[in-house]
Each structure stands twice: as C-alpha cells, then as structure tokens.
Design a protein around this ligand. Structure first.
Ligand code: NAD
Length: 339
C-alpha cells in the first residue's frame, strides 16, 4: 500500500526533499504540502509545479482536508516540535529532519506521545545511509583494529560567500553544533558503538565569519568503552574542504582505520594494521538507497514491518543529549556529563 504523506516546510532543503527524494519513492505519495510562510509557499508551488489545492499554510488545515498516514517535517527547527505534535495528535506517523528538537524536554514529550499512540517517530539522520560509514561501523564492531582509543575527526567547509541578508544559514542558532555537528555526533554513536559520557567543548567565530553565532569549534568527547574523540569543525575554514561526514582517523590497539563519506571526495575506508606501511581498502557495502532516500526507505520499512527504526526519536535522544552537553560546555567552559 502507498504511504500517504503530508510534507511540512518548503525552504531550500524541503523543496529538494519534495523533488529529489519523495517524488522518486514509489511507496510514497504526497497528498499535501505545507509551508507556514505564504510567499515561500507560492514560490515553492511554482518552482515545483504543485497543485494549488494541495498546498496549505497550516498543517491542521491540510490534515482536515486530505487523507494522510504520515507527516514529513522538513521545516526549520522552530517548526519541528509544533508540526510533529500536531501530526501525532492526529494519529499520523512522523519522519523529521534533524535536529530533533530545541530542548530534550520537548523531544521527550514527542517520544511519549508517539509511544502512547503506537505511532512511529523517526529522525532522518541521513549520513548513516552511506557506504563508508557502514563499512567503518562494521569494521569496528568486528574488532578489526581492536579496542579503540584516540579518534580524530575533522570537518571543514567554507560556507561564507553568500550575501549576509540573503542566507538564512548565517543567522541560525548554533550553526556548527546544532546544524552540522549533530550529524557527526550521530555518526560517532553508530561507528564507535559506545555511548558518550563527557564532553569539553569550545566554540568561536573567525574574524571573517558571516555567521551570527559560532561557526567553528573543537571538543574532546569521552565514551563509555574507552574511546576518546578529538573533533574540530568549521563552516568558515580556508583549508581544503572535507566530505560532509568529515575525515576520520580511528586508532585501535591493532592499527588505524581512516575513512570519509558523503561529498565530493571519494567515499573510502582504509585499514592500516600496526607495523604495516601499506593500508588496505575495505570493501564498501552496496547501499540500496543513499542518504535521505535511505531515511525515507527505512521509515517506510519500519511502518510496513511494524518495527522500530534505527534512528527512532528515542534512539536520537542520545545524539541530542551529546549536542546539548557540547553547547553547555561551550557556554560554561567546563566539562559536561552527557545525561
Ligand atoms: N540532513 C541534512 O543533510 C540537512 C541539510 C540541510 C538542511 N537540513 C535540515 O532541514 C530543515 C530545513 O532546512 P532549510 O535549509 O530548508 O531551512 P530554511 O530556513 O531555508 O527553510 C525552512 C522552511 O520551513 C518553514 N517553516 C518553519 N516552521 C514551519 C512550520 N511550523 N510549518 C510549516 N513550515 C515551517 C519556513 O518558513 C521555511 O520556509 C532543517 O531542520 C535543517 O536542519 C538537513
């Protein structure tokens, strides 16, 4: 049976979801598009050639008008919790863009609401659906480099060329930690396979940064199985750009695993055992649906099979907790336990 979806939020990313992801999934049919800002809705409607009678500025109105099984939330963060709450209260399943929610309390409220009603609440952590990330996770789980110690991760991009007034991204809350590093926090949990226990973080803005809030940061995160991550991230780096998942150097007692994923540079995962000079490329698994298409396919599968998706809201709480601990540490200058 086709899954009927209402999509909420038609900014740049939401429009791309509609055209490049949802429209291409044969198991899904969009029954309405919702965008709270009327001029943005009209612009998206024209650009995507959407039927006017299926376009709404209110999710409640769309829910009252068209049939739907689920709601896909691709709005900006302020729209996440209100949209998901409205959807769950109308007994619809929810697939939502990261970051889940602006507070842990609101994330918990949504998780409990979904669980009470037997609904699926999933966060799209799309970076998980890429070959090198999966190959790295598998190699670590199989103890290819044994017990882990130091892991160095670098993320560099130069997103600093747009006019300040025209680029909403320059004005969002915690552009590094909340918008970008949330992906890396989630990948750490997947690939390392341990839970984070403490973080000490510093964030700042380069003098040339167009961002209102810190676009650069560094942190050390300790994990419950002994892994320690040193992370450096920047939205305004003048160094060579990395892939979106960053560059990962993972050291274990038997050697090193170096991998990178999702971006312009080749997807790769290489193993160099202690004492060897050459590294060996790991075979990368075939991923049927990449990135957000992978998230959407996983959501459809979870609903069809009545199983809990890997990146359920409840699972994502741990990624969110690390993000909030990093924000608090950056503000206070103190190490913060991940609760
Ligand atoms: N996973 C990824 O790789 C990735 C990449 C880019 C963006 N994103 C995420 O996608 C989301 C959207 O990003 P964007 O770049 O399109 O942001 P944007 O600010 O350009 O657009 C967001 C749109 O959502 C609309 N909106 C806000 N609240 C709403 C509500 N309650 N109901 C309906 N519409 C509402 C806004 O009016 C705006 O048009 C964010 O959560 C962002 O973090 C994810």
């Amino acid at each position: 049976m086709t899954l009927r979806i209402i999509q909420v939020g038609l900014g740049g990313w939401g429009q791309n979801w509609a055209k490049a992801i949802v429209a291409k999934n044969k198991d899904v049919e969009t029954t309405a598009w919702v965008e709270i800002d009327a001029p943005s809705l009209e612009a998206a409607r024209k650009r995507l050639d959407l039927p006017a009678e299926k376009c709404f500025t209110s999710l409640s109105e769309a829910l009252d008008t068209v049939p739907a099984d689920a709601v896909l939330v691709t709005a900006s963060l302020p729209g996440h919790v209100p949209s998901a709450r409205t959807a769950l209260l109308a007994n619809k399943h929810v697939l939502m863009e990261k970051p889940f929610a602006p507070t842990v309390a609101e994330a918990m409220e949504l998780i409990e609401l979904a669980e009470e009603r037997g609904l699926t609440l999933m966060i799209s952590q799309n970076y998980r659906f890429e070959p090198a990330a999966r190959a790295a996770a598998e190699a670590i789980a199989q103890q290819k480099i044994g017990r882990l110690s130091t892991i160095n991760i670098d993320f560099r991009r130069y997103d600093n060329t747009a006019p300040v007034d025209e680029h909403r991204h320059y004005h969002i809350w915690e552009p590094l930690l909340v918008d970008m590093t949330i992906h890396h926090f989630d990948l750490m949990r997947l690939v390392i396979g341990q839970d984070p226990v403490q973080v000490i973080c510093k964030t700042w803005n380069a003098p040339w940064s167009k961002y209102d809030e810190p676009a650069e940061g560094a942190m050390t995160i300790t994990f419950d199985g002994g892994a320690v991550v040193n992370y450096r991230g920047s939205w305004v780096s003048t160094g060579p750009k990395t892939n979106w998942a960053g560059e990962w150097h993972m050291e274990g007692e038997k050697g090193e695993l170096v991998w990178t994923s999702r971006g312009e540079l080749p997807e790769s995962a290489e193993l160099r055992l202690l004492g060897e000079t050459e590294s060996t490329a790991l075979e990368l698994p075939t991923i049927a649906e990449h990135d957000r298409a992978g998230s959407l396919a996983a959501f459809v599968t979870a609903l069809k099979t009545k199983t809990v998706p890997e990146t359920s809201g409840r699972d994502n709480l741990k990624t969110l907790a690390l993000m909030f601990a990093a924000i608090e540490s950056a503000k206070t200058g103190q190490p913060v336990d991940v609760q």
